[in-house]
Write a protein that binds this ligand. Structure first.
Ligand code: MN
Ligand code: MN
Length: 297
């Protein structure tokens, strides 16, 4: 990787780390999710980055992919909160990082399980380590706490204007013998669950991305499409669009784009076992002669 490109990844990582730390301080009972998400996203821009995806704030049995809806009135009280922040600099997605805040005071061990798993995984990350080995470290650490890793969620490669490059970093030993190669940038993100360790799509999606190009006739949809060009394929939030368009126009356009297969929407990812709790921890890493955990402060 060219030095200038690596510098952008590292800068994105640093901004994401600081934004996450800042956001962690905002997660407290009585605060609104919408305010917290918007403050974090504003902070990212202030620091010279751009959100690589909408801030995810997911509660309890939801592992990921909730972001506040337009006008969301939800407040924090006693939830297990996953805060997930993404940053790019000139398209280089060097910052995808997450942590869990346990406002209930009852799940500190669950929080520790995903943190320990992340640390164990990062200890073995270097050129030549297989993806399966990383998964085994994560699985062992989470199981040793008496919880289950979420098997159908995984870490991933991160790239330029690309949040999920072709390969997955498993959260269990899936025997994948693909080795890490010099110059790779990856996000490692263990999820620990009190449930069965499997998630499914559930609920209304407020996160979307453009996945194709096609001529669009409707004028409203075309106006919305034009706005979406700026994200260049990276995920965006419904609420980002309602700054420029009334909600009914946004919903109309999103529906049409979905029907045309131009848009993919991402519903919340929820544990299959009802009443379960999930924790998450995540860092973005550059793998080279030197391994750089870009989102570690
Ligand atoms: Mn993430
Ligand atoms: Mn990620």
């Amino acid at each position: 990787m060219e030095e200038e490109t690596l510098r952008k990844y590292v800068e994105a990582g640093r901004i994401a780390a600081e934004a996450l730390e800042f956001g962690k301080g905002l997660v407290r009972p009585g605060a609104k999710l919408l305010d917290v998400a918007e403050k974090i996203e504003a902070k990212i821009v202030m620091m010279g980055g751009m959100p690589a995806f909408p801030v995810n704030i997911s509660f309890n049995e939801t592992a990921a992919h909730y972001t506040p809806s337009p006008g969301d009135e939800t407040v924090f009280n006693d939830q297990v909160v996953k805060l997930d922040v993404g940053v790019h600099v000139d398209g280089c997605v060097g910052g995808d990082t997450a942590l869990t805040v346990d406002l209930s005071g009852k799940y500190s061990d669950l929080v520790k399980a995903s943190e320990d798993a992340l640390n164990a995984a990062l200890k073995v990350v270097q050129v030549g380590t297989t993806l399966g080995q990383i998964g085994r470290e994560i699985e062992d650490a989470i199981m040793s706490h008496g919880f289950k890793p979420v098997r159908n969620l995984s870490g991933h490669g991160i790239g330029e204007w690309d949040l999920h490059t072709g390969y997955s970093i498993p959260n269990y030993d899936n025997k994948d013998d693909t080795p890490l190669e010099d110059g790779m940038t990856i996000a490692v993100e263990p999820f620990a669950s009190t449930g069965v360790g499997l998630i499914h799509d559930k609920g209304v999606p407020y996160i979307h991305s453009i996945i194709g190009r096609k001529p669009v006739r409707n004028i409203v949809t075309r106006q919305v499409m034009k706005k979406l060009d700026a994200y260049n394929g990276l995920p965006f939030a419904t609420r980002w669009l309602t700054k420029d368009f009334p909600l009914f126009k946004v919903n109309f356009a999103l529906k049409e784009l979905n029907q045309l297969d131009i848009l993919k929407s991402y519903p919340p990812l929820v544990e299959r076992a009802s009443g379960a709790f999930i924790s998450q921890a995540e860092h973005s890493v550059y793998v080279g002669d030197k391994v750089i955990v870009m989102t570690r402060i």
